[in-house]
Design a protein around this ligand. Structure first.
Ligand SMILES: [Cu+2]
Length: 485
């Protein structure tokens, strides 16, 4: 399609070299563009300080107007919240800022970012953040581990320009990501990007649910399907239909569009394609080298791409993962609606709106009663169910081997406190626990939230931990849980 004039790297090269050194700039422009722009360090002086503007998808914060780096303050809050994954289907999302994907952060190369991560007091889990834009240990993960009701701070310098994924990296990492903990941070190069008419934020991800695609109700996360890499949903912007019909992206014929596209996976690679468009420019893998005239661009899990195109004629342009069953049967479908006058020279035919509607929405199982919680389980069943609950819920705080976290979460491994009083342990899981406890001679004074587990879950989790990690053993039955307060 028609070109967006002024490809980005030329602007950057000239901006960097300065107008008075045009000859030098031209000489540089003749070099390998990747080398010119891959200057990670910034020698510019830092001036001023400001609060970052954050936006929810598909909105993107305005371009950086500064021509110098600054100290930029980011406040991001983690919220665990129930929302719609697909019509009739709810899911407990863990979010950066209340929505999936998380807030879009836009800064400039050389900025010093003061990052504040808050974990809402109503949340159940500790969380943290790994930003791929960070040069340093874990991308900030270790420095930002934050318990519910707490707030952490760390700082980093944005060395490399590009569009970067961020995500939670708290164990079990896959589960925190699969539940919705990801977003994008754009580090604008010096000189910024060429101006376009519209910029949008699109992020692809998968969801793994206990029920199959379209099965109604509140769907729990399925660790089994996630490990097998068999998602029920593949979506743009956190839910089926997030960018469809009234929620479609918009433009007018003749306008230019830039999409900041991320893919978190957690497992799948995206073959991102806009039906009826050709990308004039693709910043492949959201790096420095610009490719042109691309039909479909590959976006790795944990990666991103920036695509630009001019919309030449009106129409409904369908965005898909061209692994096409994902688009028409699992949700990976969005729309860009372009209004304006037809140009019969460029495209003469009628439009295909109807044909491209998702087919999968109607597949729903009817009249299936919610699975009844079991009333009796034998030792093997308690252990199997308990192991699952431990990995999905308890391990996030008490750690995968039950070893605990000094100063925060007491150990369940060889825990004298756990083993001393079975009734008390049942009470902790039914009601939560706060106030000082002494476990293996060490004081803890935290809060274990009430976890909303049913009696079978509690019996199983306790049976599992009492028979694991060096504890002496002994089952807890569902009847004992029901009888306890
Ligand atoms: Cu998390």
């Amino acid at each position: 399609m028609a070109k967006i004039l002024n490809p980005g790297w030329q602007t950057w090269v000239i901006g960097w070299a300065g107008a008075s050194a045009l000859a030098a700039a031209l000489a540089l422009a003749g070099c390998d563009s990747a080398k010119d722009r891959a200057q990670p360090e910034s020698q510019e002086a830092l001036t001023g300080s400001e609060e970052a503007v954050l936006t929810s998808a598909p909105a993107v914060p305005p371009p950086v107007a500064r021509n110098h780096p600054t100290k930029i303050v980011v406040h991001l809050e983690v919220k665990e919240t129930v929302k719609t994954l697909s019509p009739g289907v709810q899911y407990t999302f863990w979010t950066f800022g209340g929505d999936v994907p998380g807030k879009f952060i836009r800064i400039r190369q050389g900025d010093e970012v003061e990052f504040h991560l808050s974990n809402h007091p109503d949340n159940r889990m500790p969380h943290n953040i790994d930003l791929h834009a960070v040069s340093g240990q874990g991308g900030g993960a270790a420095a930002s581990v934050t318990a519910p009701g707490h707030s952490s701070q760390f700082s980093f310098k944005a060395m490399n320009p590009g569009l970067f994924v961020y995500h939670c990296a708290t164990a079990p990492v896959g589960m925190h990501i699969a539940n919705g903990m990801y977003g994008l941070i754009l580090v604008e190069p010096k000189g910024g990007f060429p101006k376009v008419d519209h910029e949008y934020y699109v992020m692809q991800s998968e969801f793994y649910t206990a029920g199959k695609y379209g099965e109604e109700g509140l769907q729990p996360f399925s660790m089994e399907k996630a490990i097998k890499e068999e998602p029920d949903y593949v979506v743009f912007n956190g839910s089926v239909g997030a960018l469809v019909d009234a929620k479609a992206l918009t433009a007018k014929a003749g306008e230019t569009v830039r999409l900041f596209v991320g893919n978190i996976g957690p497992n799948l690679i995206s073959s991102f394609h806009v039906i009826g468009e050709i990308f004039d420019n693709v910043y492949g893998e959201a790096g420095t080298v610009v490719n042109h005239n691309v039909q479909t661009t590959v976006i790795p899990a944990g990666g991103a791409a920036i695509v630009e195109f001019k919309v030449d004629v009106p129409g409904t342009y369908i965005m898909v993962d061209h692994s096409i069953f994902r688009a028409f049967n699992q949700g990976a479908l969005g729309m860009l609606k372009a209004s304006g006058d037809e140009n019969k020279d460029i495209y003469s035919g009628k439009q295909f709106d109807e044909v491209y509607r998702p087919e999968g929405g109607a597949i729903q199982s009817l009249g299936q009663a919610a699975a009844m919680a079991p009333t009796k389980l034998d030792h093997a069943q308690l252990m199997e169910r308990g192991g699952r609950i431990f990995t999905q819920i308890c391990a996030a705080c008490h750690q995968p081997q039950g070893q605990g976290l000094p100063g925060a979460f007491p150990p369940l491994a060889q825990s004298d406190f756990l083993m001393a009083d079975k009734q008390r342990a049942i009470g902790i899981l039914k009601n939560g626990l706060q106030g000082e406890v002494v476990v293996k001679g060490v004081k803890f004074n935290g809060v274990m939230p009430k976890l909303n587990l049913d009696a079978a879950d509690i019996a199983s989790a306790l049976t599992f931990v009492r028979n694991s990690f060096g504890n002496a053993g002994g089952d807890v039955t569902i009847a004992e849980v029901n009888a306890a307060k």
